[in-house]
Design a protein around this ligand. Structure first.
Ligand code: TYD
Length: 214
């Protein structure tokens, strides 16, 4: 079996936990799974990740957008397509919807332009299903706060502030509305086990649907 599944949501929504739970389930059924995260996942991609998240200097919005796309192009080419060809399940911790949400709705880059760049970078592959974990941006900030009440260390994207995350969060809502068949929207404030059950149920109900792959 091969499948391409992506997880989206604002930072701290609990994507990693759900991805690990889902991967464990596939593996318990002897189904090979590859987990990839964006930006990163290849040698070039990890270098780009450092530039994007740790860079202290100024970065233009266009440069930021194209770096995310460059990391994605390498990942799709080196990891995603070979794994799918090998009949593996690929679980993506973020894919191109992140660019639409963060650089498009968050930073204000034209969304039609982003759609074209996304398709180009992803070689026209699309997830068969995208799980969007919705979390209130204020709740997200609360989750980021360490026990002593201080905000933990934030990366370059996270430093953008609450207003930015509100735009990103609304953006995700709009993307999900635009692609109702592909998106499954989940409430990230529910207990992880409940969310996992819903994810498994959704995948079960989609078992016989085939995505439109290149
Ligand atoms: P990461 O540490 O992977 O965050 P998370 O655990 O929330 O996934 O950091 C990735 C950051 O980059 C995150 O703030 C989202 C942002 N991002 C974009 O702005 N555009 C993109 O296309 C992608 C893939 C990520």
């Amino acid at each position: 079996m091969r499948d391409l599944i992506s997880f989206e949501g604002i930072d701290g929504a609990g994507k990693s936990t759900q991805i690990q739970m889902l991967a464990a389930k596939y593996r318990s059924h002897h189904q090979p799974v590859v987990i990839v995260r964006e930006p990163g996942g290849t040698e070039l991609g990890e270098s780009i990740r450092r530039l994007l998240l740790e860079s202290k200097g100024k970065m233009s919005i266009k440069a930021e957008l194209l770096l995310f796309a460059a990391s994605r192009a390498q990942l799709v080419n080196d990891v995603v397509v070979p794994a799918l060809e090998n009949f593996e399940v690929v679980i993506m911790d973020r894919f191109y919807d992140s660019t639409t949400a963060y650089q498009g709705y968050g930073r204000g880059v034209d969304v039609d332009m982003i759609d074209r760049i996304n398709q180009f970078a992803a070689d026209y592959w699309e997830p068969s299903v995208t799980f969007l974990l919705r979390l209130d941006p204020d709740e997200m900030m609360a989750r980021k706060r360490s026990k002593d009440g201080k905000v933990g260390e934030l990366d370059r994207m996270e430093q953008a502030g609450i207003e930015f995350f509100r735009k990103v969060s609304n953006g995700y809502g709009m993307i999900a509305k635009k692609h109702p068949n592909r998106f499954c929207v989940l409430d990230a404030s529910e207990p992880p086990d409940e969310i996992h059950k819903k994810i498994c149920g959704e995948l079960e109900s989609r078992k016989n649907r085939r995505p439109n792959w290149p």
